[in-house]
Ligand binder design. Structure first.
Ligand code: 2AM
Length: 477
């Protein structure tokens, strides 16, 4: 055996990850794939990598030094289970199987338990950054045991993206913690993209900016607090002209957004955990709505406002939109971190949220200057209840909240949908409220279903005899 790390599954992501591994000092990389041709192709195209090829799982296992460490890069779902089963046949106790696919964290929890029962380590590892990230340095979110991290950690540190001298990888937590955090990362990505899209829509529909002018606005924003990969590529996309028609590309792309499901997982999981991630949910729903061609066609002639309100100070409005975007983004990230907090509690993970923000600073789609502030906020206050009250974000919200309200008001008056901005603002105002109308909802529930309520002034659980004399009785908790 000569290889210290192996990759099973040599489609684009797997090949790129294998090449990344091979390019780092000290790694010798074993590779295999169900279809032999992909192995041959990789070896042929990249002789410099010094790969150790195998054409069976048994030979692959034999080519690895112990503890054997293999990263599975196959299609999430049944293929992953099939490859895990094959590896378990030939691996020995103490060896390490890593799933680098986009697995649902509950699958990872199930697989980890099954593989651990055989004495083999199983690590679900979220990998973000797409094909380019896999090749040049992704953000890596491994779960699994501390024992597996001992061996795997240095290997993953060698290939991860680097932010301010630190590799974008940490041992997130046990079993499915890594895939859970990767899922939330993707949910936040949906929210971030939706908020940028709403900003763009306002610039065009309220101010009448051309895509080129909007590109300038985003490029300008990218020089300040909002500096991020997504803002940067937004400017590039908006500037791009379609070769066929000479039109801005954004005007010829069909306005129906696709999704691969990880955003939905984030929201479904949040519903199960009872965590309001309305910013992420609105982003997922906005994509669904965009793809409802029949409902949109049927609704096109519904009445809207007669005229859009005139904006007397266009530059002021642009700055308002920037602040609304920033504030909404703070809310969306706070919601994502709330979900991580709740997930950690429910599944028994010790997740250092500052570390999570730290490893998202490079390599992944949501990389941004902003994540430095989240990292620092959690470093200063590791037990922070909500990101919103970190001094750095209080300052942002203070500076932005009036502008945020103006933007939502103008959008509503103009009939331009801003589900992300307005959901974030509603969340913010609900959290600020001393009293919520939840009191009325509890009383209604008690009325029709005897669901009982608690009181602000006394301990205990109570029920009003709504269909009797309407006196109050103590109820069983
Ligand atoms: P293939 O090249 O033989 O199709 C992405 O599709 C990767 O997952 C490919 O490397 C593919 O192998 C692999 N894959 C898909 N289903 C698989 C399975 N059931 N067993 C092993 N590998 C599989």
């Amino acid at each position: 055996p000569t290889a210290n790390i192996g990759v099973v599954g040599l489609a684009v992501m797997g090949s790129n990850l294998a090449r990344n591994l091979a390019s780092r000092e000290g790694n010798v990389v074993a590779v295999t794939n169900r279809t032999d041709a992909k192995v041959d192709r990789l070896i042929e195209d990249h002789p410099e990598a010094g790969f150790v090829p195998s054409y069976s799982i048994a030979d692959f296992a034999a080519s690895l030094t112990t503890p054997r460490t293999a990263i599975i890069m196959v299609k999430a779902g049944r293929a992953t289970d099939a490859v895990i089963d094959e590896l378990c046949e030939v691996f020995e106790p103490g060896d390490i199987i890593v799933d680098g696919g986009n697995a649902l964290f509950t699958d990872t929890i199930r697989r980890e338990a099954a593989v651990r029962a055989k004495g083999i380590n199983f690590v679900g590892c979220g990998i973000s950054g797409g094909e380019e990230g896999a090749l040049r340095g992704p953000s890596l979110m491994p779960g699994g045991s501390a024992e597996a991290w001992q061996t795997l950690g240095p290997i993953l540190e060698s290939i991860a993206a680097v932010a301010q001298g630190e590799p974008c990888v940490t041992h997130v937590g046990t079993d499915g913690a890594g895939h859970f955090v990767k899922m939330v990362h993707n949910g936040i990505e949906y929210a971030d993209m939706q908020l940028i899209a709403e900003s763009y829509d306002l610039l065009r529909r309220v101010l009448g900016q051309t895509p080129e002018q909007a590109a300038e606005t985003f490029a300008e924003w990218n020089r300040g607090d909002l500096e991020s990969y997504l803002i940067e590529i937004t400017a590039e996309v908006l500037r791009h002209v379609d070769a066929d028609t000479g039109q801005p590309l954004v005007d010829v792309v069909l306005d129906a957004a696709g999704a691969k499901g990880t955003g939905s997982w984030t929201v479904q999981t949040a519903l199960d955990l009872g965590v309001p991630v309305s910013g992420i949910a609105e982003a997922v729903f906005a994509r669904s709505l965009s793809s409802q061609a029949d409902v949109r066609a049927a609704s096109r002639d519904l009445p809207g406002p007669a005229s859009a309100p005139a904006v007397d100070d266009p530059a002021g409005f642009v700055e308002d939109v920037r602040l609304a975007l920033y504030a909404s983004k703070v809310l969306a990230y706070a919601q994502g971190f709330d979900e991580i907090t709740a997930g950690a509690k429910t599944y028994g993970w010790q997740i250092d949220r500052g570390e999570v923000a730290r490893i998202w600073r490079a390599g992944c789609i949501i990389r941004a200057r902003f994540l430095d502030r989240i990292t620092e906020a959690y470093r200063d206050q590791p037990e922070l209840v909500t990101l919103l009250t970190a001094p750095v974000f209080v300052e942002v919200l203070e500076a932005a909240q009036q502008a945020w309200r103006r933007v939502v008001s103008v959008a509503v008056a103009a009939g331009v949908p801003v589900p992300g901005f307005s959901a974030a603002l509603a969340h913010y105002d609900a959290l600020r409220s001393e009293r919520l109308p939840a009191a009325l909802i509890q009383a209604q529930r008690d009325f029709f279903g005897a669901h009982t309520y608690r009181r602000t002034d006394r301990e205990g659980t109570f029920h009003t005899l709504w269909s009797g004399d309407r006196s109050e009785i103590a109820a069983e908790a």
